[in-house]
Design a protein around this ligand. Structure first.
Ligand code: UD1
Ligand code: UDP
Length: 363
């Protein structure tokens, strides 16, 4: 059996790491039922610190195909990916295609597979922000509607799919990012020296990330976020996504002096930074969940989130991009007393691999 995994953006490397590992384990445990994972990297993210570092640190197999699409407008980027993925699928004839999340790489992989009538599996299916102005929301909706296997991290995701009339092939498997965190947490403890390198006292800083188009492409929102950061009394470490760096540079926005801007970091350094931060300020999807799993309060710099359970738990506050609201949330945050388990048990990858293999159409 041959499964083609299509990926291309930072969070997808992290999500794919435990699944690739589970494919390898399945192969070792079932020598009579060989399974081969073919990795297709679209090239959407290409800087070393946005791509290769994750393959090295997380022992993800080298991509079999690197399509080199890089950056561009949505149409140009997605269109080039679609064309190049289709060529690979026509040549390789996989039994199934696996895509992750909601990026343009996800959309292109899904459309290429669906048009060639290759069964498509979507990891992180059913997530919704209900904001169609987000490119990610369009990608999620389209991908879910052309998928034959839909792997959901939560009951809420399953309910969203049912509302849209999707019930076949839907499985509650948990979240592969929980798998990644439990696989690599100890390695982050022993292997990251980021605090020493930055001269940073553990527990005495906030960690921030900002990269969503709704924040970077709206100067008022980006200025609001930076202004809030400038009103915080503690140091803020900001591993800066290249998209945001480019906007800050081109608009000539001033970064407040207490903000320590660093290049994007690898997964192990990121987990180490998250674990020892007093609070996380972010517009990332994945980081909201990591903050929750690690028991770090999170302030989300967006108007809506797909990860509503983290908000309901009280560990995550949704504040948008207005400076006053962000500052108020940081100053008034009260840590909840309990933290119920969310998004599975860290064994989602195993279930995904089993379900992909079981669902192979009989030929
Ligand atoms: C993409 C996803 C977003 C996800 C994010 C994860 C889409 C529509 N968006 O957003 O959902 O949260 O990845 O990080 O797919 N750039 C570099 N080097 C790189 C990669 C990007 O300099 O290695 C710069 C380029 O100027 C590029 C910009 O970042 O134009 C944006 O990159 P792109 O991949 O288009 O979208 P992201 O903002 O990264
Ligand atoms: N991440 C990382 N280095 C960074 C920033 C983020 O390793 O400098 C990791 C983070 O821990 C999480 C994932 O990248 O696992 C989230 O990706 P991102 O925020 O780019 O995308 P999103 O989740 O919003 O789609």
């Amino acid at each position: 059996m041959k499964i083609a995994t299509v990926l291309g953006a930072r969070p997808q490397f992290i999500k794919a790491a435990p699944v690739s590992r589970a494919f390898q384990t399945y192969g070792t445990d079932h020598p009579d039922r060989p399974v081969r994972e073919l990795i297709i990297h679209t090239g959407q993210h290409y800087d070393d610190e946005m791509s290769a570092v994750f393959f090295r640190e997380m022992s993800i197999p080298e991509p079999h195909f690197h399509l080199g699409v890089t950056s561009g407008s949505h149409g140009q980027q997605t269109g080039q990916m679609l064309q190049r993925i289709e060529d690979v699928l026509l040549h390789e004839k996989p039994d199934g295609v696996l895509v992750y999340g909601d990026t343009n790489s996800t959309l292109a992989g899904a459309l290429a597979a669906a048009k060639l009538k290759i069964p498509l599996a979507h990891v992180e299916a059913g997530l919704r922000s209900f904001n169609r102005l987000m490119p990610e929301e369009i990608n999620r909706v389209v991908v879910d509607h052309v998928s034959s296997l839909l792997f959901c991290p939560s009951q809420v995701a399953i309910d969203h799919l049912r509302t849209e009339g999707i019930t076949a092939g839907v499985h509650l498997v948990g979240d592969v990012m929980a798998d990644a965190l439990s696989l690599f947490s100890a390695l982050a403890d022993s292997g990251s020296d980021i605090h020493e390198r930055l001269g940073l006292a553990k527990g005495a800083y906030l960690l921030a990330t900002v990269h969503r188009a709704e924040n970077t492409d709206d100067p008022e929102r980006l200025a609001g976020i930076l202004s809030a950061f400038g009103q915080v009394d503690e140091p803020i470490v900001l591993p800066l996504h290249p998209r945001t760096r480019k906007v800050i540079d081109s608009l000539g926005l001033a970064v407040p002096k207490q903000v320590r801007v660093i290049k994007p970091v690898g997964y192990l350094d990121m987990i180490a930074l998250e674990k020892s931060s007093r609070m996380i300020l972010t517009d990332s999807g994945g980081i909201q969940k990591e903050a929750y799993w690690l028991g770090v309060p999170c302030v989300t710099l967006r108007d809506e989130t797909e990860w509503v359970e983290t908000i309901e738990s009280g560990w995550n506050q949704l504040v948008g991009a207005e400076a006053d609201k962000i500052v108020h949330a940081i100053r008034s945050f009260v840590r909840p007393e309990s933290r119920p388990g969310l998004y599975g048990d860290g064994r989602a990858a195993e279930r995904i691999v089993d379900l992909c293999i079981q669902s192979r159409p009989s030929t």
